[in-house]
Design a protein around this ligand. Structure first.
Ligand SMILES: [Mg+2]
Length: 367
């Protein structure tokens, strides 16, 4: 049996748990701090009941409910909570995976009391974090995830032979993982409405088990750090030239991270010059990244602290460490767009050769 644990209105619930003033109120989490010019990235159940949902422009949400509470997203907090929940769930001793930042999948094998376990997990999460979760139980990942959505919030649903047809007939097909977008729309256009219709017409979809996770972190091998450095033909003091090189090296580091599906929390910068000798510093950030631009910005922060501006530089290097496999999909709308852009650039460069597309700033290195 598979147990799928899905946190209820995760970001909004965390904010409500932290700030009691927000409890039981319609609340949205914006992906940016400007409350009228952002996108709803999460809504509390009180807001959802009014028809407010994630992806909606915040202005529209406020037009539905003028006294809506607003909090700007703080991802570090959500990821931290998610990691704490993961640790707690690991304590049950079953194989465990992330399905997303607020969804966890547990493989119970032939454990005989899944319902009791679900009750216990819900209670323990609530006791520790003051937030609620819904749990789905079924024979595979796809159905367990569907089951977790049936009685939200605080639901526990077990799908087995006895209720399989009944539950699937009542659930609109969009509730199935992988059916929210175009696939679902085209099936609807063909007259399919419920998960049961999908089952009757596309039984193979249920065997494919999308949403199942790959290997766990422990079983994978990857390097400790990824680094690129360069020695210039002579020492240069021009700050634009030096930062352009840091940009280029960051691009190279980020690309290699992405090729290996790794993210890094620590950035290390090394500078060498006739007056300064070897100078190096590193900083660990709370959010892991493999976005080259972000690595570049972090390198600049480190350089600012070194206060070696204006000094001649002969060689330099950027290193990413604190590596891990990517655990999360991008949480915010802006990040999703950014990730899509980075992926598109990577695909173009993979197809037409490295450096087909690069940030304009990199041109400065070619003088
Ligand atoms: Mg959720």
């Amino acid at each position: 049996m598979i147990l799928h644990i899905d946190m209820d209105a995760f970001f909004a619930s965390i904010e409500q748990a932290i700030n009691p003033r927000l409890k039981d109120k319609p609340l949205i989490i914006g992906s940016r701090a400007n409350k009228m010019h952002t996108v709803v990235c999460a809504a509390s159940y009180e807001a959802k009941r009014l028809g407010i949902h994630s992806g909606m422009p915040s202005r529209e949400a406020f037009s539905i409910c003028s006294n809506l509470e607003f909090v700007a997203a703080s991802q570090g907090k959500y990821i931290w909570t998610s990691e704490q929940i993961f640790e707690l769930l690991k304590g049950y001793g079953f194989s465990l995976n992330y399905a997303s930042v607020d969804e966890f999948q547990m493989d119970l094998q032939d454990y005989s009391e899944p319902l009791q376990l679900a009750v216990q997990i819900q209670a323990q999460i609530y006791a520790n974090f003051n937030i609620t979760a819904s749990v789905g139980i079924a024979k595979n990942w796809l159905l367990a995830k569907l089951a977790s959505k049936i009685n939200k919030p605080k639901g526990i649903t077990l799908i087995d032979e006895s209720n399989f047809k009944e539950i699937l007939s009542r659930a609109p097909l969009e509730k199935l993982c992988g059916m929210a977008g175009k696939t679902g729309q085209s099936l609807r256009a063909q007259g399919l409405k419920t998960c049961w219709d999908v089952y009757l017409n596309l039984p193979e979809f249920f065997d494919a088990n999308p949403g199942k996770f790959e290997e766990t972190e422990e079983t994978q091998k990857y390097p400790k750090s990824i680094s690129h450095s360069y020695t210039l033909p002579r020492a240069f003091a021009n700050p634009q030239f030096i930062t352009a090189w840091i940009r280029l090296l960051s691009e190279m580091v980020g690309e290699r991270l992405r090729q290996q599906s790794l993210t890094a929390k620590t950035v290390h910068l090394w500078l060498n010059g006739p007056q300064i000798g070897n100078v190096e510093a590193q900083k660990t950030f709370s959010m892991a990244t493999n976005d080259s631009y972000e690595i570049y910005l972090r390198s600049l922060k480190i350089m600012a602290r070194m206060s070696k501006k204006g000094h001649k530089i002969r060689a330099l290097g950027v290193t990413a460490s604190g590596l891990s496999r990517q655990g999360y999909l991008p949480l915010l709308v802006e990040e999703k767009r950014r990730e899509a852009l980075v992926k598109a650039v990577d695909r173009i460069n993979a197809r037409f050769g490295d450096g087909t597309i690069y940030p304009s700033q990199v041109i400065l290195t070619r003088r």
